[in-house]
Each structure stands twice: as C-alpha cells, then as structure tokens.
Design a protein around this ligand. Structure first.
Ligand SMILES: Cc1ncc(COP(=O)(O)O)c(C=O)c1O
Length: 386
C-alpha cells in the first residue's frame, strides 16, 4: 500500500463541483484583479480568526514581508524570531536588509522559547534593543507558540508581534482565561494558503489579519504599490495582491475547514494511541498537546511531527515501504549557508540543532484511512523492534 504524505484528492473530490463553479464565476466576471471575491474572503477570514480586518495577499511569505514593511523594517534594524521554521520567516527580514536575531526553541512544542526570548532581549545592548522592530513567533506545525509569555515580553520591551500563522489557521490557545485564535494574538497575523496548508488554495496565496484599522489601511495601500489614487504614490509598496481565483476557491473551502481540522485531530489521536501501544517509548516522541506555558491549545495538525531516534534511517526505511514522510526542517537558521555571516556555529542553539536531527512528519491529511495509519505505526515499530 502506497501512503503519500499528503493527498489532496479526498478534499478535492468532496468539493470538485463547487470549486469549478467558483473558478468559472471569476472567469465569467472578467474581474481578474481584486474585486468582490477578495473582499468576501477578507470578511470571512476576519470572522473566522476574530480580527477586525484582513488583507488578502499573494503568499504567506508576502504577508510577512508586507507586515515588516509596514513596520518600517530596514537597514540597521533587527527582528527577533525562532531559529527553527520554514525559511521565509527569516528570509523576509534579510530581504529588507535588516538582521534576524535567532532564539532557540522549546523542545516539546518546537516553538520559540519565551524564556530564551526574554534573555536575548535583556542581554542585548541598549542601542541594538532600540532597533528591534518586531518579534516573529511561529505557530509551528499548527500549534500556537507560548503566547502568554511572549505577549508579556512584547509589552515589557514595547516591540510589536508579527505572528507567523502560515501553518496554523484555526489554532487556538488560552490567553488570560480567554480562547483566542492564531492571528488575533499579536499585532499582525500572517497566513499562507499554499496548497498543503489546512486551508490551501489551488496555487499561492496568503492573508494578513490585524485589529488596527490604521494598520489595515496602510497594508492595503502598500499591497498596491502605495498608490491611493492610480499613478499617485504616497509611499512605496509592491504588487502583493491575492488572485481572485484563489479567493473564490478558498471561500468554497473555508466552511469545511473545521471539519478537516477535526479529522486531522482524530488522526493524531489515533496515531498517539497506536504509538502508546507500540512499545516504542524511548525511540520516538509523539507531539504534545498541553504545555505548562500554553494551556488549552487547539493544535490543527498541519503536520503531525514525531521525534525519532536514527531519524534518517527510519525515513529511508519508510520510503522503501512506500510510506512518505518529510523533515521539516533539517537545518536551523543559524547554520543555513546564507546566514553564516551572522556568526552562527554548531552548539549555539542546542535545542533546535538536536530537534532538526530528529523531527519527522508523518501522513495526517483528512482522508487517510485507519488502515494506512496502522500501517505507518506498524512499519515504524518494525524498524525499531525487529
Ligand atoms: C512557517 C511558515 N512561514 C511562512 C511560510 C511561507 O508561506 P508561502 O509558501 O505561502 O509563501 C510558510 C510556508 O510553508 C511556512 O510554513
């Protein structure tokens, strides 16, 4: 039995007719730039995420880039972020000629360690600290970062938060006793609609959520080259527009999102149970749900990531048995070739370095069968126990 890491067919088959209708509607409308589909999606995402405004953009990467542009991040500035994420999180900082400052992660949640974050900001010299323009926590794999503490640090040092929610639409956590959505916790929430996300388009796309109308206006302005009136440019922006075809498809999919989250959560519980019964304790670690600094998390399992002993051998063994798996991410930022000039070396960030050697994402998509999940766990057990 071949088991892919992700199969988009089950959700496509469910909605094929509606998706084709939505795409045809846009084509027939001849509104190919901006327009009602974008506005409709923005309204619906604001409702879903609990934000006052949403601004559809061209990708998750551009959501981060545009947010930093609105914060005037530029040469000589710094942005503090997790050392362990998809490249875009740090890449956007460097693209604005600012410098990323990396912080190690919590080994249980894989998210930025709030204690380390505080230490980094406290030990920094005053001149540098004054130039820290943003903190980017990443809600990695679909689980909120430890936002209670991160929000305290942000307040203490008066630094805005740009949440990287690319993998975490619909993730929730408890802040001061209240359930809050990823994207409504900090100053900007940056989402990706890359097809593999829980809410994925049929191409690239992204959105930014904010709760400040002034920021929303500025983001909208910079999304279209900073021109309020056509050909009159008050500020410099870019072409960060979301494609209406993507917006129309995403609007079809959004009402099904909670159902898909639930299926992923059920798949994760099933994996957890099978692994608990497998006698593999010590060889692998399954994802945790509750963490002392982040209670009542609603993990949306964009990825189900285990930590595994002899990870690379296990991955090869699974591939030989026609089971796909993936390493998100093999190299922490401080050891990426393009960031070596920042002086990072092996040993600087022990948690992300060891996690990068152990993480392995297993198939979790809605539509994966019980038999497939059982096969995945049986094969992993075979690898270690035989
Ligand atoms: C954590 C994280 N940040 C940013 C991005 C960038 O999103 P996009 O691929 O839509 O540009 C991704 C996409 O995979 C991501 O996983």
């Amino acid at each position: 039995m071949k088991i892919p890491l992700l199969d988009l067919n089950p959700s496509l088959n469910e909605l094929r007719h509606e998706i084709f209708e939505a795409v045809t509607r846009v084509i027939n409308s001849t509104r190919y730039i901006m327009g009602p589909e974008i506005e409709g999606l923005e309204k619906e995402i604001s409702e879903y995420c609990g934000s006052s405004d949403s601004i559809g953009v061209s990708s998750g990467t551009d959501a981060l880039l545009l947010s930093l542009m609105v914060l005037n991040v530029g040469p000589g500035d710094f942005v503090v972020t997790s050392n362990f994420s998809f490249f875009a999180t740090a890449g956007v900082v460097a693209r604005l000629n600012a410098t990323p400052i990396f912080v190690d992660i919590n080994q249980e949640t894989f998210n930025i360690d709030p204690n380390q974050l505080r230490i980094v900001l406290t030990e920094m010299d005053e001149v540098t600290r004054k130039r820290v323009r943003a903190i980017i926590p990443v809600h990695l794999y679909g689980q909120c970062a430890e936002m209670n503490e991160i929000l305290k640090v942000s307040k203490e040092f008066d630094i805005p938060i740009v949440e990287d929610c690319a993998q975490a639409i619909g993730a929730e956590c408890l802040i001061d006793g209240k359930k809050k959505n990823a994207g409504s916790l900090g100053d900007f929430g940056c989402f990706s609609f890359f097809p593999s996300k829980n809410l994925g388009g049929i191409g690239d796309g992204g959105i930014i959520t904010v709760n400040d109308p002034e920021m929303a206006n500025l983001l909208r302005l910079k999304r279209v080259h900073g021109g309020e009136r056509k050909y009159y440019h008050r500020v410099i922006g870019g072409n960060f527009r979301l494609d209406p075809i993507q917006a129309a498809v995403l609007r079809v999919k959004l009402p099904y999102l909670n159902k898909w989250h639930k299926q992923r959560q059920e798949n994760a519980s099933h994996y957890n149970k099978l692994f608990a019964e497998s006698g593999l304790g010590g060889k692998i670690i399954t994802p945790i749900l509750e963490h002392s600094q982040c209670l009542h998390n609603r993990h949306i399992y964009n990825q189900y990531v285990i930590r595994a002993e002899r990870r690379d051998e296990l991955k090869t063994f699974l591939a030989m048995n026609e089971i796909d798996s993936e390493v998100y991410y093999p190299i922490p930022f401080h050891l990426q070739e393009c960031f070596l000039h920042l002086g990072g070396k092996i040993g600087d960030f022990p948690v992300s370095e060891s996690v990068a050697k152990e993480v392995l994402a297993l198939p979790i998509f809605p539509g994966i069968t019980e038999e497939m999940r059982q096969t995945v766990v049986t094969k992993i057990a075979n690898f270690y126990l035989i």
